[in-house]
Write a protein that binds this ligand. Structure first.
Ligand SMILES: C[S@@+](CC[C@H](N)C(=O)[O-])C[C@H]1O[C@@H](n2cnc3c(N)ncnc32)[C@H](O)[C@@H]1O
Length: 331
């Protein structure tokens, strides 16, 4: 999946003066959501808010707490922003991104008093080791960003999904024993709750609280801008199309160089690049600038991705590929 991120300007809200939309590219890492509200209130996160009924409801009911919603759907984000900017509600903020990445690498540790997930799209089947790893990383991320004693609550119509969540939570050892309720009240009022209730399906709600922080779960270091240089003598533009032929596969990630563009300045090129790290996909450009002595290879500053291991590696691997093709080409 691709993280779609739009300009904050689109969502500026002059009426209340509140910037509801948080452009995740512009925040420092680690990102402390508490700072969004300018005081020391408890902050709660909803992952995948859909139409946002639940988030809005909570925020209205608890005006002294802060509520952050993270959604991957641009349409959902736009609709909620339209609504909250009209109501002038003060304690909601919205991010357009893949929440699993943010909880793993972007939010600061011990930050949310509670995390809600209502009717999430069930995650991939348990058989695949790669999916198992991404589930573990997700759960680790939840444990990392919750405050001590903070809760994680999942509401779903899928008993199988719930069992998998409970298994992963108990394996992590960071959480209390899961409390599971069947058809709990009161209603949360979301589209999917209404849909499944109309079909007479059972609804399950699971709640755990954090008892221990996880091991080995760190935020990204966002200060590093990967770049490298190779001698210009090892480069010829005709070599470039060769890097688009095969993906670079490593244990933790895959890199695909999709296509090459020549800039209007003829000594510059853009390489359209996709990285995938345990399902977290980013698409961005790498820029090549050919000087008399050296070829500079760096991230293109427009639409910057998170500087993950795969993104950093994509710059270095590109340099290696160009060098290898150059050596082979001269044989
Ligand atoms: C089945 S809908 C449920 C929406 C809403 N919570 C409800 O109860 O009606 C799941 C939502 O989760 C969002 N979603 C799925 N994976 C996500 C992720 N990794 N980060 C953020 N949102 C995600 C989807 O875009 C979708 O809106």
């Amino acid at each position: 999946m691709i993280v779609l991120i739009s300009s904050t300007k689109e969502y500026s809200v002059p009426v209340s003066g509140i910037q509801y939309f948080i452009d995740i590219r512009e925040v420092g890492i680690p990102f402390l959501p508490g700072d969004l509200f300018g005081d020391k209130r408890d902050v709660f996160l909803e992952i995948g808010f859909g139409r946002g009924e639940f988030l809005e409801n909570l925020a209205t009911t608890f005006p002294n707490s802060g509520f952050l919603g993270v959604e991957m759907s641009l349409t959902s984000v736009r609709k909620l922003l339209d609504r909250i900017s009209r109501t002038g509600i003060e304690n909601v903020r919205v991010i357009l991104a893949d929440a699993s990445f943010l909880i793993r690498h972007v939010f600061s540790s011990s930050t949310f008093a509670g995390i809600y997930m209502n009717f999430p799209c069930p995650w991939p089947k348990r058989k695949h080791a790669r999916h198992r790893l991404s589930r573990e990383m997700f759960i680790n991320g939840v444990a990392r960003v919750l405050t001590p004693g903070g809760f994680f609550q999942v509401t779903t119509d899928s008993q199988n999904f719930l069992e998998e969540v409970v298994t992963s939570l108990s394996e992590s050892a960071c959480f209390s024993k899961a409390l599971i309720e069947r058809n709990p009240g009161p209603a949360i009022g979301t589209k999917y709750e209404k849909k499944w209730k109309a079909e007479q399906r059972d609804i399950f709600r699971m709640t755990v609280s954090k008892v221990l922080p996880p091991k080995n779960c760190e935020t990204l270091r966002s200060d590093e801008m990967p770049h490298t240089k190779i001698p210009s003598s090892a480069f010829s533009p005709s070599l470039l199309h060769k890097v688009t032929t095969e993906p670079v596969s490593k244990e933790q990630f895959t890199i695909i160089y999709k296509s090459i563009y020549t800039c209007t300045d003829k000594n510059e090129y853009l390489v359209d690049t996709v990285t995938n790290e345990n399902g977290f996909e980013q698409r961005f450009f790498i820029k090549l600038v050919e000087g008399p002595e050296e070829l500079l290879i760096k991230l293109f500053s427009s639409g910057l991705p998170f500087r993950t291991e795969a993104v950093k590696a994509s710059v270095m691997e590109l340099a290696l590929l160009i060098r290898d093709h150059s050596i082979n080409g001269f044989k």
